[in-house]
Design a protein around this ligand. Structure first.
Ligand code: CU
Length: 271
């Protein structure tokens, strides 16, 4: 009994430590080597949440200090010392070494592009319906879109700006793609790249696309109209026989004829 309780406690502690550890593990770590009084790579692109670790392989002390001291590793001792900074907001940083101001580098903290308010209008239709897919591309770094795609049933289609003069990616730019669709439902998602990283929405499905008002339907309607015309003609002939036997048209026959010719169709259609 006690063993079970201890096991349960251990499992709870392991799960709790995992829950704490998981968020910390979300960002990647990038490495910059310091050697020969230079940062290598000199410029680095990381994503929001990532960490940069500088390793000093010179024998003298260096720092990685942001130009306006927004962040600073502090002294990094020589012969293998390290200093790290985690970047939590989108930014384009320039930095240098406090002791050797000719040593310069850059860190672009890139935020993945956002894809907002994606959808399709109308949701359903037939094969003659023009479906308009729209999505808003937004980028915190104000990077233009390298591409914005709507991926439909596994194939990418390039979306265009609704307003081609719109340039403010930080505020958001609306993109669209118009297309006809085959029968059935279709899966779609939006994909964009800000020149550094690709982002995608989750997959959605369109409403059902039904067959358009096609040849078969038209033939069926023509057949119904034809059948009605033949039956009316038959009735009129029987009226004629009635007239000849009674010596004149009845009031009901006159009304029926007036109604027939008051329509928009020319009379000879029914002849
Ligand atoms: Cu230095």
């Amino acid at each position: 009994m006690r063993t079970i309780r201890i096991l349960g406690y251990a499992v709870t502690m392991i799960l709790a430590s995992m829950a704490i550890a998981l968020p910390l593990a979300s960002g990647a770590t990038h490495y910059v080597n310091i050697s020969g009084f230079a940062f290598s790579p000199k410029n680095i692109v990381v994503e929001v949440g990532d960490t940069v670790t500088w390793t000093n392989n010179d024998s003298t002390v260096h720092t990685a200090t942001e130009d306006s001291s927004s962040w600073d590793t502090g002294d990094i001792s020589g012969s293998g010392g390290t200093g790290s900074i985690t970047f939590d907001t989108a930014a384009n940083w320039s930095y240098y070494c406090k002791y050797h101001t000719g040593m310069k580098g850059k860190v672009l903290v890139n935020e993945a592009p956002e894809l907002l308010n994606g959808g399709v209008d109308p949701a359903s239709g037939d094969r003659s319906t023009v479906f308009n897919f729209t999505v808003t591309y937004r980028d915190a770094n104000n990077h233009s879109a390298r591409f914005v795609y709507v991926n439909m049933d596994g194939t990418n289609y390039t979306m265009e700006k609704v307003d081609p003069s719109e340039m403010d990616s930080e505020a958001g730019i609306e993109y669209y793609y118009e297309t006809l669709l085959d029968d059935g439902t279709h899966s779609y998602r939006f994909i964009a790249n800000d020149w550094y990283v690709t982002n995608s929405t989750s997959t959605e499905t369109t409403g059902t696309v039904i067959p358009e008002f096609g040849l078969v339907a038209t033939l069926m309607i023509v057949a119904v109209i034809g059948a009605v015309a033949v039956s009316r003609r038959g009735r009129r002939l029987s009226n004629v026989r009635t007239m000849s036997s009674t010596g004149g048209p009845s009031a009901r026959d006159t009304i029926r004829r007036n109604v027939k010719y008051a329509g928009t169709n020319p009379p000879d259609i029914l002849a």
